[in-house]
Design a protein around this ligand. Structure first.
Ligand code: ADP
Ligand code: ASP
Ligand code: MG
Length: 443
């Protein structure tokens, strides 16, 4: 069994959906996980914003425009009048459901129901297309098996048990289609795995089904050595270890959802990143092997807040760090980076929801300084413990950039640096020139 996930661009038009059908058409048993068509989730977010504001007229205009887009997709995707009619009826049901939210109180519960429509639409339309092509497949509702618990963590035992039950209903079927991103929460409500979450769905499903491989099909030929949205001349990395890939995904490489590597790592299932527009390209294979080499890649994560706690009492005071960490634990706020000195500790968080509460409580332990608009630059590779001089290259490249924090030693495959977000693009370009220039010339 393989799990193949196709992202928004890969199913972003009738033409792209047809190309996906060609790619998956073979004898192998597989579960195909689809995202919403590109742009849809963003548009649903906008619709939800209007509904929150009670701007019903504007919401309806956006809903009608999106509905019209889908009508055009239906026209292009199917040939038979019967399938077109069936598909138009189906999309009308979804859009009527969205419109129904203009009539009622709009809360986070309704918002999640709106956001779920993108994946429900793309998978239903794709399943209809396979039916029209005479390809036997079954549409598995992700809401029947994908689940998160009270802490918004996946309920792996539930997913495994219920996915198995779903699959067992269809002996002899080797092609299953399901929705990425959407799930139920601990209260049985419709919820989601956060933006970009279809990758996470694919790896959770892969782990639950003990898949032999998880393929993430997207619009680029694998994990690149730097952010291709910012830096020119980036290139794909053939092999990454689970830890290297997890690090890059967590620290901003948008090609993978931050949590999506762990389920595959836990079951030792290789993850391949492949390009729908260029299916013959080798892409990136993520597995227990790192593929060696020195500095592999650089990624950056924005929206970071740095918090410094200065305390004369920290020196020789055991229990100080525990008290500090407990504050973050109470507010369920994960810490990304940490550096310490004799008199101060600096931490970063990416979720500022409880920043004022956290700051207030930390003031009990010392003087607190907060810096917003920070970015973490993460340099990844299986290099640092084994080779000398890599650190020098990094710091030389960034000699003109003020560095707010430096973290190394937590794992041997990463150096993290905290900088002002305003310096991010320049830093990524400088690192590319300083670290990868020679590789580029060889490529
Ligand atoms: P999908 O819709 O298929 O999930 P995403 O847009 O979420 O696709 O992810 C693919 C995009 O990630 C690429 O188009 C690229 O712009 C961006 N990206 C950011 N960093 C990297 C990186 N290091 N390697 C490859 N792609 C990256
Ligand atoms: N459709 C969702 C999003 O745009 C999930 C995904 O594409 O992975 O965030
Ligand atoms: Mg994505």
């Amino acid at each position: 069994m393989k799990v193949l996930k196709f992202g928004g661009t890969s199913v972003g038009s009738a033409g792209r959906m047809k190309a996906v059908a060609d790619l998956i058409y073979n004898e192998e048993t597989k579960i195909v996980v689809l995202s919403a068509m590109s742009g849809t989730t963003n548009q649903l977010v906008q619709i939800a914003e209007k509904l929150y504001q009670n701007a019903n007229q504007e919401a309806n205009a956006l809903i009608d425009a999106l509905h019209d887009n889908y009508k055009r997709v239906v026209e292009e995707l199917y040939t038979s009048t019967e399938k077109k009619k069936q598909a138009l009826e189906l999309i009308a049901t979804h859009f009527d459901h969205i419109r129904s939210f203009t009539l009622d109180l709009f809360t986070v519960y309704e918002e999640r129901a709106v956001l779920a429509q993108g994946e429900l639409l793309s998978t239903a339309l794709f399943q209809f297309f396979l039916e029209e092509q005479g390809i036997t497949s079954v549409l598995l509702p992700a809401l029947n098996f994908m689940k998160i618990d009270e802490n918004e963590e996946p309920d792996n035992a539930y997913i495994e048990k219920n996915l198995k039950l779903e699959l067992e209903k269809y002996p002899g079927i080797n092609l299953f289609i399901t929705q990425g991103y959407i799930c139920r929460n601990a209260y049985g409500e419709v919820d989601n795995l956060k933006r970009g979450g279809s990758d996470y769905s694919a790896s959770l499903i892969g782990a639950a089904a003990n898949a032999s491989e998880i393929q993430i099909w997207t619009d680029i030929d694998g994990m690149h050595n730097n952010d291709p949205r910012v830096v020119k001349n980036t290139f794909p990395i053939a092999e990454l270890s689970f830890d290297e890939a997890a690090e890059l995904a967590y620290f901003g490489a948008k090609i993978l959802h931050p949590s999506s590597v762990l389920p595959a790592k836990q079951k030792n299932i290789p993850v391949r990143l492949l390009n729908t527009m260029q299916p013959e390209a080798p892409g990136t294979t993520i597995s227990a092997q790192s593929g060696g080499g020195s500095i592999k890649a650089v990624a950056a994560k924005d929206g970071i807040t740095a918090i410094k706690i200065k305390s004369g009492r920290m020196l020789l005071a055991y229990g100080f760090l525990r008290s500090v960490f407990e504050v973050f634990e109470r507010y369920k706020t994960p810490i990304d980076m940490i550096t310490t000195s004799e008199v101060a500790v600096s931490l970063t968080i990416d979720n500022p929801k409880f920043l004022s509460e956290i700051t207030r409580e930390l003031q009990e332990y010392g003087q607190v300084e907060v810096d917003k608009d920070q970015s973490i630059i993460c340099v990844v590779g299986d290099f640092i413990a084994e080779r000398s001089g890599s650190g020098l290259k990094i710091f030389e490249s960034l000699k003109d950039i003020p560095l707010r924090m430096i973290s190394y030693g937590g794992s041997k495959n990463n150096i993290s640096l905290l900088i002002n977000t305003a310096d991010k693009e320049r830093s990524l370009i400088l690192l590319n020139d300083g670290i990868f220039e020679r590789n580029n010339h060889n490529a």
